[in-house]
Structures are given as C-alpha cells and as structure tokens.
Design a protein around this ligand. Structure first.
Ligand SMILES: *[C@@H]1O[C@H](CO)[C@@H](O)[C@H](O)[C@H]1NC(C)=O
Ligand SMILES: *[C@@H]1O[C@H](CO)[C@@H](O)[C@H](O)[C@H]1NC(C)=O
Ligand SMILES: *[C@@H]1O[C@H](CO)[C@@H](O)[C@H](O)[C@H]1NC(C)=O
Ligand SMILES: *[C@@H]1O[C@H](CO)[C@@H](O)[C@H](O)[C@H]1NC(C)=O
Ligand SMILES: *[C@@H]1O[C@H](CO)[C@@H](O)[C@H](O)[C@H]1NC(C)=O
Ligand SMILES: *[C@@H]1O[C@H](CO)[C@@H](O)[C@H](O)[C@H]1NC(C)=O
Length: 822
C-alpha cells in the first residue's frame, strides 16, 4: 500500500515538474515568426525548417518540442566554441630573452551567436624581476631645495633600494615649476630672481620654467645624482604648480624620457604644492587646449608652456591608462599645510585609483627611500584588468584573487597580489548584438592596468543567426506556398497580391484586407446588445487569411484562450475519454475528476463487496483508492490486527460450501452462497500455494469423518468488484475416530502386556542361565581338588631362610620329628 502511495507522490512530482518545464519553455521560445528572431531569443530555441511541417504549429521551440510536434528538419543553434590559439606558459623576466610572460593564454578565438555567453579562464602571474622604469619628477620650487639635496645625498642608497626590488631598473629625473607668466610667476625685474619673492636674497635662483627633463631613464645612478645636484630651484607666486603640464610631457615623450616597452613604469611626483588644472591657463591668457603631444627641446625644456593650457585630470588619467604609467604622489608640507595637501591629493588619488598611490614625505625628507620602496610594492600588489571590447560585447570578470575569497567575486582586480603567485580570472563574454558596422569578426584586448605591453587578444566571431536566410535554400514558387511564394527557412514569402501562411489568400477575392482582419477579431456583446470586436487574434497571434495563428501558449479561434497544460507531453494528458481542453482549462468528462482527470468520480472501487461503506468505514476513498485510517490496511481497509477480517467471514459460507461439495457432494446452494449482493458470481480455484498473498483467511470445517480441520483461503477483488477466491487444496489432516482410538488403545495395551510378559520371561531366563553357569563352575572346582572344607592335610612344608645351612636344618627337622614321635 505504501508503495502505491509513493508512486502516486512521485508521479505527482514528475508531472508538476513537467508542467513547469513546459511553461518555462513557453516563455523562452514564444512564437517568433522568423528564424532570426527565434534563434536570438534564447540559445535553447531552435527553428523548424521542415517545409512539410504543419503550417499552424509554431516553428520556434526547443529541439525536443519541435520533434514532438513532428518537425523533421530542425535548424539548431550551433553550440558556441572557444579555441585557444596561443598558450605560452607564464614565466619570470628572463635576462636573455628580455621578456616575461604574465598572462595566459595570450590569444583566444570565440565563435558564438548573438545572445550567447562564453566563459573562459585567464591566468595572471606577476613576474619576478620585472623591469622597472622610475622617473623622479620633482617640484623644484624654492621650498623643495631641502628635498632635492636629500635626494642627491641618498642617491647611492636609492640604487641599493631599487636593486632589492628588481634586478632590472632604470631611473630618470625631471623637474617643474609653473608657467612662466603672470599671474603664476613674476615678470619684469623679479623674473631673473624669483627666489627674492620668498625673501631669500642670498641666493640667486633660476627663472620660472614649466618643465625640464634632466635625466633620461638610465641604469647609471651616478649620472642621475649628478643631474639632481646640477638642477637648481626656482619659484613662483601661487601655491599651485604646473605639475600636470610636467606629467603630460613625462607621459607622452616616450622616447625622450626613455620608457621601455616592457616594464613597470612609475612616476614619483614629489611636491609640496597643489596643482593647476585645465582652464587655469586662461588667467595667463593661455587658452589652447592641451594636445597631448611632446614638446621638449634638446635641453629637455618644455616649449609649449605658454602655448597650451594645462591638461585636465581626465586627459592625464586616460594617457596614464593607455601607456600603463603609474603615478606616486609624494607630498610634503608644513604642519599648517599638510591637512589641506592630504585632503587634496587623496581626492586626486581616488579619481585615478587604478594608477595612482599617495605617500607623505617627512619634513626632513628622510624617508625618500622608504617611500620609493613602498610605492613600488603598492603598485606590484595591485593587479587589475581592463579591456577595449566593443559595445556589443559584454565582459564580466570573476576571481577569487588567489585564495583571498572563498568564492568567485565579480571584480576585475586583486589588491594583495604577490610576485610569482598565480591569479585566476573567469571571464564571461556575451555577444549582445552584431557589430554596428555589420562585420562579423571583432578583435579586442584584455590588459593588465599597470605592467608591460602584454595582453590577451580575443577574437570574436558572431555567426549569422539563420544561415537559411542567407543561403540559396530558398525555393521559388514552392508548392507549399501554393505556387504564389518563395519558401525560406520553412516559411512562405508570398508574391504580391497573396498572403497567408501558405500564400493561400488571393487578396483579389476580398474587398479589403480589413475584411480579412475582421474575421480574426473576437466579437463581444455588451449589456445593451451592442457587438464590438476585440483586437486582432487578441494580440496573441497573427491573422493570416482570416485565420488566427496563435503564439505559443495560446489557443482558441481568436487566441483568446491559454493553451492547456501538458501532462505526459500531451495537452490535458491526451486521454480524450477523460479530459478535454476548454479555452485553456483542462475539463473532465463525467465520471472523472482530479487536475489531470485521471481519477474516477465513482467510489465503487472503494466499497468492499460485504459493505455499503466506503473503505469499510475505516478510511476515505481518494481517486478510486482507499486511504485507510491508522491501524487499518488492505484494499478496503478491511484488515486490522485486533479483529477478524470481515471479508474472510463474508467469503466463508462460499468456501465452506465448496469444501462440503468436495467432501460430501451435498452443498446444493453453491450458486447462492458464492454470489455477491449484486448477483456477480465469485470466481474460485483450488491451488497448492497461497503464501504469495498477504491476506490469509482461515475457515474451520468438519469432514465426513466428523473431524474438524482448518482450511486456508485468500481473496482478491478487481476493479469491476469481481471476487476471486483461491483455496488451499492441501489434504485436510484426518483426525482419529473414537472407535479407532478405542481399538488402538486395546491393541496397544495388548501388545504392551505381551511385551511385559516377554520381558519378565526374558529376565527370568537370563537369571536361570546365570545361576546354572555358576553351579557348573562350582561343580568343576570341586572335581579338581577333591577336598572337603573340613579336611586338613597333616603334611606341612617350610621354606628355609637362606642364611641357615642345610645340615642344621636337617638336624633340627630330625630332632623335631623325634620329639614329635615321642
Ligand atoms: C594552456 O596551457 C596550460 C599549461 O600551461 C594548460 O594547463 C592548459 O590546458 C592549456 N590550455 C589550452 C586550451 O590548451
Ligand atoms: C654638486 O654641485 C656643486 C655645485 O653646483 C659642486 O660644487 C659639487 O662638486 C657637486 N657635487 C658632486 C658630487 O657632483
Ligand atoms: C616598442 O613598441 C613599439 C610599438 O608598439 C615598437 O614600434 C617598438 O619597436 C618597440 N620597441 C622595442 C624595443 O621593442
Ligand atoms: C479566389 O478567387 C479565385 C478566382 O479569382 C478562385 O479560383 C478561388 O477559389 C477563390 N478563393 C477563395 C478562397 O475564395
Ligand atoms: C447601455 O446604453 C445606455 C444608454 O444608451 C448607456 O448609458 C450605457 O452606458 C450602455 N451600457 C453599456 C455597457 O454600453
Ligand atoms: C452436508 O452433510 C454434512 C454431513 O451430513 C453436514 O454436516 C453438512 O452441514 C451438509 N452440508 C450442507 C450444505 O447441507
């Protein structure tokens, strides 16, 4: 019983699942009228290109559904695929080949359709000994004099510090002040000694200048030191300097500065002032927009200082990203200015987070080395990816940053990277649409933000959605299209003057297309009897030649109904005797009930032949089966452990009669007894084994010898309430009659008596034999000795003790004899 219960539950679960699947499918591949739309709707949607396919059925659906709808030719969404075309293993910077490989793979080729997503793995391993290009860009206003001197002093140690970071470094030096023009810098007499402005008349300092590149990137630290020593301070008016002008030149003058192609590039911008931005040039009458070109003369002086405005922060940021140059803002200030400086540069850093860091120089500049080292390490720790994917391609990065996160996180950066460790990124690439220019192939790069010229090249090929649209499959004047159209992708493109799915509508036969449309509108009558027409095919389908073709999920003449749910792959279960679809609802024919109309309404199968009550009154009838109250079981809940099975009693007269008939041939009312109330006869048979049945009834019956015996039988009742009885035919063990018992007792007693007598006889006989044997034995003994018990022989014999001599013995003996004879 419980097994049946489980099966019912399972079936319910399965069919629920099925319904869900069908509904989900309905939403995903709703009827798309063209192959193109269908295939882009979802990767699971396929298109039926079978020309013999029923024109009324949807052509867009999952492969399984189309197959179920009898489509013989299905154009499937081809599976997307990815090919790795370059896959060099990552390695540290090698001195001989002068390169490092940090990204793997280097090239991938993806083929996919619109709307599809391809995932792939990318590995990044920060290489050890990666080349470093460090450019020290110093604000050389008067207040930075001290700092410059310190940089000169620590020059040699700087070399040592850098060696510890990487074996392969270059170092360069440049300085800036501001645009040499009013109101930024003094003009006239003071122009030649701007330091006088600061009240220092003892030194004569240099004229204000925009930017000067002193030292090309070099591995020669001595040279670097000399250039630092040789540079001189200058001054300007305001506390805003021309740092961005200098930075722009540092970035864009790649050859003059000496930036290498494969290196980590860092600019240390040391300053104790704030910065002029784009637009500030206007104050000095400089309005031309910064054109991001290099303007250095042979001495390294910036020529366009008075021609071009300062660049904007945004422009600087773009250039830094593009050329992968990082900026370390090393700021310095008095205790009065420091708070403001910090706040100012922190904001700047936030705006350019990926490529900038911020550090504070001590008042006495004693931490230059620490700062350089820290700055470098900060940049090494950060890895971040960006790409130049076209707008029709969406890229998503996910990573665990080594083992930093327990699960993948959607981000393209890691902040605690270590050299020599591998970092995996999962990239999901989605082709949202075709490229705007109509091309099908696109190539773009995925790059790390701060290092080298390395990148991963991604080639994406977006396939045509429906090759049949492009190919030469189209059949002109196809019979399927009633010779009035062209068959394309399994659909008809009708010639002029014809319409309809099979071009069956000759428009000349109708006064207007409106007339045809009217036939597709649901007429409704309101309370006043006015008839109005609904929208064409209830907006859920297509009107073709006066007939509605409903979108998937809808049905009815005007698509005004939902499609009925599917069970076991068929609408309403497909059993038309039980269920029918009525405007989106499964309805049951008389006699059936339940969601799937698979339950008979009749409770007859729950009523035992012996009872009028459903389930013998111990349960409820559910879908033709009894659900028994606890402690009751059996098809009709007729069994319980505490009482005799009422159905056994019910069948007992019949079974007894059958047994009587076998025994006495006298049961004349067999038909009456073996018949249900409604007149159906019981079926019966005598069998050798009924142990397979759980139901075991027992009846007691008396044989013709008057002996009582127990007979077993079992019953079964089928759906038509017919009873089947199986009676165990094993011979009833015949008991003993009184007479035979009496006879047996007498015989047994007799036999026992004889046995007893024999036994006694035997015992006596044995004893006699034994007595006789003993007598014989005794007799023999007497014969041999001839001795009377009272006779004693007068002769005595003695044994001499060995120590005595034989002679003395003889003497004694003789003397004794003589004594005796006396
Ligand atoms: C690329 O190389 C790595 C080993 O360096 C290997 O594990 C991986 O499977 C390769 N990928 C492909 C697509 O061949
Ligand atoms: C530094 O420059 C000064 C003059 O500007 C010079 O006297 C001195 O020798 C230079 N020192 C070195 C180590 O070059
Ligand atoms: C650096 O890259 C540029 C362009 O990418 C190239 O023209 C140049 O030859 C490269 N230089 C070296 C040394 O590889
Ligand atoms: C349309 O008109 C043509 C003749 O013009 C006729 O042969 C055809 O049967 C008509 N079709 C319908 C659907 O009325
Ligand atoms: C029925 O007709 C009356 C009067 O003509 C009108 O006021 C009412 O709105 C109409 N009702 C409907 C449902 O159209
Ligand atoms: C058949 O005969 C036996 C012995 O006479 C009797 O016990 C039994 O009840 C009879 N059965 C019927 C059905 O009359």
């Amino acid at each position: 019983m419980w097994k049946t219960g489980t099966t019912i539950v399972l079936l319910t679960v399965i069919s629920l699942f099925e319904v869900v699947v069908v509904n989900a499918e309905g939403e995903l591949c709703l009827l798309y009228e063209s192959c193109g739309k269908c295939l882009t709707a979802d990767p699971i949607c396929s298109w039926c290109i079978d020309p013999n396919y029923d024109m009324q059925k949807p052509r867009c659906g999952t492969k399984t559904r189309l197959t179920a709808l009898n489509c013989k030719e299905i154009y499937e969404n081809t599976p997307k695929h990815i090919e790795v075309t370059q896959n060099d293993t990552t390695h540290d910077f090698a001195k001989d080949s002068l390169d490092a490989v940090q990204i793997q793979p280097q090239k991938v080729k993806i083929t996919m359709k619109r709307g599809q997503t391809q995932k792939f793995e990318m590995k990044f391993r920060p290489a050890k000994n990666y080349p470093l290009d460090l450019y020290y860009l110093m604000d050389l206003t008067w207040s930075m004099q001290e700092h410059k001197e310190m940089l000169f002093r620590v020059g040699n140690d700087l070399a040592l510090t850098l060696e510890k970071l990487t074996e392969n470094y270059l170092i360069g030096f440049g300085s800036f002040v501001d645009k040499p023009s009013m109101p930024f810098a003094p003009m006239g007499k003071e122009m030649n000694n701007p330091c006088a402005l600061a009240g220092d008349h003892s030194h004569v300092c240099e004229k204000t200048y925009g930017f000067r590149h002193h030292q090309l990137l070099t591995s020669n630290v001595k040279e670097f030191k000399e250039k630092v020593n040789a540079s001189t301070v200058s001054a300007n008016y305001d506390n805003l300097e021309g740092g961005l002008d200098a930075l722009m030149q540092t970035i864009v003058c790649q050859e003059r500065i000496g930036w290498r192609n494969q290196s980590r590039k860092i600019v240390i911008l040391a300053t104790d002032g704030l910065i002029h931005f784009a637009g500030d040039g206007l104050l000095a009458g400089v309005v031309k927009k910064n054109d991001k070109q290099c303007y250095l003369d042979e001495n390294g002086d910036y020529l366009a200082s008075l021609d071009m405005d300062y660049p904007s922060l945004e422009e600087i940021y773009r250039e830094l990203l593009k050329r992968k140059i990082n900026v370390y803002f090393a700021i310095r200030g008095s205790e009065y200015t420091m708070t403001k400086m910090k706040h100012y540069y922190e904001q700047l850093h936030k705006l350019t987070e990926e490529i900038s860091e911020l550090g504070v120089i001590e008042q006495d500049s004693s931490n230059i080395l620490q700062m350089v080292s820290d700055g470098y390490k900060e940049f090494v720790k950060k890895i971040q990816f960006f790409d130049n994917a076209p707008p029709n391609i969406q890229i998503k990065y996910e990573t665990r940053c080594g083992k930093e996160f327990f699960s993948l996180r959607e981000q393209s950066k890691c902040e605690n990277a270590e050299m020599g460790e591998e970092y995996e990124f999962t990239i999901s690439l989605t082709a949202l649409d075709y490229p705007a220019d109509g091309a099908r192939q696109q190539t773009f790069r995925i790059e790390e933000t701060s290092t080298s010229s390395e990148y991963m090249e991604v080639e994406v090929n977006i396939e045509d959605d429906c090759p049949c649209l492009v190919g030469s499959d189209a059949q002109e004047n196809s019979a399927t299209c009633n010779l009035h159209g062209k068959l394309v992708c399994g659909m008809c493109l009708c010639d002029g003057g014809f319409s309809g799915r099979s071009c069956e509508c000759d428009l000349l036969n109708y006064s207007s297309s409106k007339e045809l449309d009217q036939r597709c509108r649901l007429p409704t009558t309101d309370g006043n009897g006015t008839v109005s027409l609904g929208p064409i095919c209830s907006d859920r389908g297509e009107c073709s030649c006066g007939q509605c073709y409903c979108n998937f999920g809808f049905s009815g003449e005007f698509c005004d109904c939902y499609e009925c749910p599917y069970y076991q792959g068929k609408p309403c279960g497909g059993n038309s005797e039980r269920a029918f679809c009525d405007c989106g609802e499964c309805k049951c024919h008389d006699g059936w009930t339940g969601e799937k109309c698979d339950c008979a309404t009749s409770t007859a199968p729950c009523i035992a032949p012996n009872s009028d009550k459903e389930c013998s009154g111990h349960g409820a009838c559910d879908c033709g089966q009894c659900r028994c109250a606890s402690n009751f079981y059996g098809t009709f809940c007729e069994m319980t452990s505490t009482a005799i099975n009422a159905l056994c009693l019910y069948y007992e007269p019949c079974v007894n009669c059958l047994l009587d008939r076998n025994e006495f041939k006298n049961c004349s009312d067999l038909d009456e007894r073996c018949m249900a109330k409604d007149g159906t006869k019981f079926y019966y048979e005598f069998v050798d084994d009924i142990s397979d049945s759980k139901i075991q009834c027992v009846t007691r019956f008396t044989t013709s010898e008057g002996v009582q015996c127990d007979k077993k039988f079992t019953y079964q009742i089928n759906e038509q309430s017919e009873s089947f009885l199986r009676i165990l035919s094993a011979e009833c063990k015949k008991g003993l009659t009184v007479a035979s018992v009496f006879a047996i007792t007498i015989i047994t007693t007799l036999l026992l008596g004889i046995l007893l007598i024999l036994l006694i006889k035997l015992v006596n006989y044995t004893r006699d034999r034994r007595e006789f044997a003993r007598f014989e034995e005794e007799k023999n003994k007497t014969n041999y000795s001839m001795q009377s018990p009272i006779y004693n022989s007068p002769i005595r014999s003695y044994q001499m003790p060995p120590e005595l001599s034989s002679s003395s013995f003889e003497v004694n003996r003789l003397s004794a004899m003589s004594t005796k004879s006396n």
